[in-house]
Design a protein around this ligand. Structure first.
Ligand SMILES: [Zn+2]
Length: 156
């Protein structure tokens, strides 16, 4: 396992469409393990492959501690509801912004071994899944957000 460098906003890789994963091999497993370690090290709740410089359709999310989901070649098959809330991004360090996201998402994706799975996400997990799958289309939350700002530190 190894930490990967996180690409930050301004790098054009973050605005590119990712290609599907075709090889479900040890290299993919290593990439996913590294992404999880990098996400945890940065105290993030999700990370997508372009954020570590890889233009492939891979993202991982951990909306609750210990609840890691890996999505390879994800396709959103159902999205319902709307919720508005503040979110941040490891590629836009220090900032948050207000974004409207679905309250429910159903996603078809493959596992690291290539098996097809269906996942359902609600609440905060739906926010994270929407944010991470956006990354695979080259979409940063900053293109959808209002009121982007640096949050005030509590206690000041
Ligand atoms: Zn992000």
């Amino acid at each position: 396992m190894a930490l990967r460098n996180i690409v930050v906003e301004g790098d054009p890789i973050l605005n590119k469409h990712c290609r599907p994963v075709e090889k479900f091999d040890r290299k993919l497993a290593q990439t996913i393990d590294d992404m999880i370690e990098t996400m945890n090290n940065a105290n993030g709740v999700g990370i997508a492959a372009p954020q570590v410089g890889i233009l492939r359709q891979v993202c991982v999310m951990e909306p609750e501690p210990g609840m890691v989901t890996e999505l390879i070649n994800p396709i959103i098959v159902d999205a319902r509801g709307e919720q508005e809330g503040y979110e941040g991004c490891l590629s836009v360090p220090g900032y948050i912004g207000k974004v409207v996201r679905p309250t429910y998402l159903k996603i078809r994706a493959q596992t690291r071994t290539g098996a097809q799975e269906t996942y359902e996400f609600e609440g905060f997990a739906a926010v994270v899944a929407s944010h991470e799958t956006d990354h695979l289309q080259g979409i940063l939350y900053t293109s959808k957000a209002e009121d982007i700002h640096i949050p005030e530190e509590t206690g000041e």
